[in-house]
Design a protein around this ligand. Structure first.
Ligand code: CP
Length: 316
């Protein structure tokens, strides 16, 4: 905890994005998450910390890892949990987001975990209800708990990330994961290179404090950790033809077994879901250089820490 001042206090009510969190806030969440990670290894991995809290998981977009790990984190901590899925709700009858959240809030909800395809929806929810709002991914804007679990996993490899070389490779322009990771990693002092085809590079992204590379070989030779991002085919409807084919993408930017042999030091991460044979050769995803399933396990601990802190907890 040496980087966190003695008089530091966590004062956040929401987690809308890492843009709003200071270096100390981020390091504090990661520090707290270590305790929750240890709790997950206990024979009975449960603590009653949130037993007086009611939480709704409001998912307007598909999810496996984020939704299940939030729910597991909430249940491990004894919260009352209700799950809302847009596809089976009155949204299908035309009910607005504002009416939906205000009706749910009338059932005395303390916290809302929200995933939505539109950037800014979690922020909008803070204006509709009094509950704490946690962003579980809003369009291509932010996915803060993913970045926190990614940083936690990186710390398991390199406990001090100051000056560590992190490469993020792939579909940068459609990725909320990359935006939250760049903001978090730059704040805590890591060096970030983003790598991918020119057609996947948003304008002015280097103003976030990262460097751009279009060369996978150079990037892998440089980095301590390489995080591959999913090619988000479902978000490319408006801009078809960003690359000629998945096969060509894999040939130019896919991480393959030959790279692991050539560059023996870097570890591999991926937020999931993986397009096997596109971002990663299938054997790479299953290799002992990959920490992809560690990311998923750590996601539960990190989300426990965030829920705990936002519910008013101070120290575990
Ligand atoms: N990493 C991630 O957000 O995965 P899901 O879409 O399955 O939640």
């Amino acid at each position: 905890m040496s980087s966190i001042p003695e008089d530091y206090q966590f004062n956040q009510k929401h987690l809308l994005g890492l843009a709003d969190y200071s270096k100390e806030d981020i390091l504090y969440v990661l520090e707290q998450a270590k305790t929750f990670r240890e709790i997950l290894d206990r024979p009975v991995p449960k603590i009653p910390t949130l037993r007086d809290k009611t939480i709704v998981n409001l998912f307007y977009e598909n999810s496996t890892r984020t939704r299940l790990s939030f729910e597991l984190a909430q249940k491990r901590m004894g919260a009352d949990v209700v799950n809302f899925s847009a596809s089976t709700s009155s949204t299908k009858k035309g009910e607005s987001l504002k009416d939906t959240i205000r009706n749910i809030s009338s059932m005395k909800i303390d916290m809302v975990v929200c995933r939505h395809e539109s950037p800014g929806v979690p922020n909008f929810l803070t204006q509709c209800v009094d509950a704490s709002i946690l962003n579980a991914g809003d369009g291509a804007h932010e996915h803060p708990t993913q970045a926190l679990l990614d940083m936690f996993t990186m710390q398991q490899i390199h406990p001090d990330l100051t000056g560590k070389k992190i490469a993020i490779i792939g579909d940068i322009s459609h990725s909320r994961v990359v935006r939250s990771n760049i903001m978090g990693l730059v704040k805590i002092g890591a060096e970030v290179v983003i790598c991918g085809p020119k057609t996947f590079m948003p304008k002015f992204i280097e103003q976030m404090g990262c460097t751009i590379s279009y060369n996978l070989e150079e990037t892998l030779a440089w980095c301590d950790i390489a995080m591959a991002l999913r090619i988000q085919l479902e978000r490319q409807d408006h801009t078809p033809g960003l690359f000629p084919s998945l096969r060509e993408y894999h040939d130019l930017f896919g991480i393959r077994m030959e790279h692991l042999e050539k560059y023996p030091d870097f570890k591999i991460m991926h937020p999931g879901p993986i397009n096997r044979g596109v971002e990663l050769e299938s054997d790479v995803a299953d290799s002992d250089r990959a920490v992809i399933l560690d990311q998923v396990t750590n996601g539960v601990a990190v989300r426990m820490a965030v829920l705990y802190l936002l519910s008013g907890g101070n120290r575990v």
